[in-house]
Ligand binder design. Sequence first.
Ligand code: GLU
Length: 284
Amino acid sequence: MSSSTYCGRLAPSPTGLLHLGHARTFWVAAQRARQAGGILLLRSDDLDAVRFRLDFVDAMLEDLRWLGLTWQEPMVAQSARRPRYRTALEKLHATGLIFPCARSRRDVIEAASAPHEPHAGGVHDEPVYPEHFRPENHVPLPPLDEKISVNWRFRVPIGETVMFTDGHHGPQSALAGRQFGDFLVWRKDDTPSYQLACAVDDAEMGITEVVRGDDLIRSTFRQILLLRALGAEPPAYYHCRLMLDEHGERLAKRHDALSLRALREQGVTPESVIRKFDSEAKKP
Ligand code: GLU
């Protein structure tokens, strides 16, 4: 296979049932891979030990197959890749691009000086980490313990505008230190953060285009910085519009009535779901 072959991925989190919103994003990902004559990989984002459930992995596979999606086996599970994330963390540590942080989330929220911009990064985005919380650049880093019990954050290049061209939304930019700040790469419960795991995987799995929901645009800036720090080329990105419920709220796992499982039980067919996506995609 040539290195220019399109390689996309589906990256569900097995923390609940997949709903119509996930299905649409995955359908777009599958369409783009097909149109490019490429392949699709499946990655299970199963690092969240508290919310992870094995039965959700089975449900997720069944629902994706029901929808008619196919991917190249085997599925990649993030929980099996911890050593790769640890290697990346050590690399960031060696280059001094991370620092340990004993501040709580509450400390950060209370001290965040930049106005929080809920719409730009999504209401679920983390608050901007205040610059004065960072240790001075010249302070030597403590070693990384075998078992990590403190949060480690990535030191963003404050004042730099990070840019990329989104395949769907066009040029995107965000000012580091203002629109997003020093972010978590490793948690004090010894788990890699989503940002680190995702950047490492996208690079190592040879992903050429990431297709995912709009709520992750802000994460893309962080992941681009991580990829650069790790010496990897960022993939292309294509962020899809999120599906909203009748109140204009984004769909979440609590919208059980719109889970693929519930729709299937009501007799909805995968063909009708896809027809709906198809007709929406044709709308201006
Ligand atoms: N697992 C993430 C989610 O379900 C998506 C991650 C990604 O596509 O980068 O929201």
